[in-house]
Design a protein around this ligand. Structure first.
Ligand code: AMP
Length: 291
């Protein structure tokens, strides 16, 4: 089998010129922003971008960006050791039908010296991951705003794996009239339930067993809620016990309204349970819809 070629562009200005010409020519564009080290979760977004670009019967443009965005990492986070594999990522993109990839040569290609403009999405960035990662969502919103401006896609796809990030980006797109559809995609999991993440590469076999407690705790809560246990404190306490019992260090477990991300006292349709925990030094997140 031959792998189709993907065009790689290193220079954001060249990328912008190419995408603008395509958009002006009436081509439909679908974008998937990523930090690379792509796995099957990313691949599901890339394949959907292919499908969404081609909506309307004419072949569109499915594009992705691969950029480890330094502005969304805190000073004590894993920026310098974040896993990278551009060659493997391009093969994944090609197999998913992606036409073009923006892979900025270095951080300065996106954040030149003198950069001083930031996008802050206020309420959606507060609490949950925003509480333990100060400045994280400012970095995310700013880089996504730049990628949307550079690409001007009709639709941009994001995973529900990063549920708060999706809410932040939806809010930004609405508040700033960005004129792009933000599409959320379901979480892809390993056969044992662990949510796929580039950071799973950090986990030893023993860590991986501990990491499984996150998805198990969430599934347990889903089951309990389906059987009538709606008290958020009860559901959260059980999840905490399951995760801490497995030897992970819980950052938070919350039950929130899926649209506003405000905590709820009772689980109801439209509620979402979100967790973050450290397994060793690796911070993992996961979430499920509650019935
Ligand atoms: P990242 O490279 O971690 O910034 O992720 C890029 C995009 O892929 C984000 O929109 C993530 O939410 C999404 N993503 C990451 N992991 C998964 C997964 N397991 N299932 C679905 N989407 C995912």
């Amino acid at each position: 089998m031959t792998t189709p070629e993907v065009e790689v562009i290193r220079d954001p200005a060249a990328w912008q010129a190419r995408c603008r010409a395509d958009r002006d020519a009436g081509v439909r564009i679908a974008l998937v922003p990523t930090m690379g080290y792509l796995h099957e979760g990313h691949a599901s977004l890339l394949r959907e971008a292919r499908r969404r670009a081609d909506e309307g019967g004419r072949r569109g443009l499915a594009v992705a960006s691969i950029f480890v965005n330094p502005t969304q990492f805190g000073p004590s986070e894993d920026l310098s050791r974040y896993p990278r594999d551009l060659e493997g990522d391009l093969a994944t993109c090609a197999a998913a039908g992606v036409d073009r990839v923006l892979a900025p040569a270095d951080p300065a290609a996106m954040f030149a010296p003198g950069h001083q403009t930031w996008v802050t999405v206020e309420r959606a960035s507060e609490g949950l991951c925003g509480a333990s990662r100060p400045g994280h969502f400012r970095g995310v919103a700013t880089v996504v705003a730049k990628l949307l401006n550079l690409t001007r896609p009709h639709v941009a796809l994001f995973g529900e794996k990063d549920f708060q990030q999706l809410a932040v980006i939806r809010t930004m797109a609405r508040d700033l009239d960005l004129g792009v559809e933000i599409a959320g995609m379901p979480i892809v999991r390993d056969a044992d339930g662990l949510a796929l993440s580039s950071r799973n590469a950090y986990l030893s076999a023993a860590d991986r067993a501990r990491a499984l407690s996150l998805s198990r705790a969430l599934l347990e809560a889903q089951g309990a809620a389906a059987s009538g246990e709606r008290d958020a404190d009860v559901l959260r306490r059980r999840a905490r016990a399951r995760i801490e019992g497995a030897g992970a260090r819980l950052d938070y477990v919350e039950i929130v309204d899926a649209t506003t991300l405000a905590p709820v006292a009772r689980a109801a349709p439209g509620s979402r349970m979100l967790v973050a925990a450290f397994v060793g030094t690796t911070r993992l997140i996961d979430n499920v819809a509650l019935p």
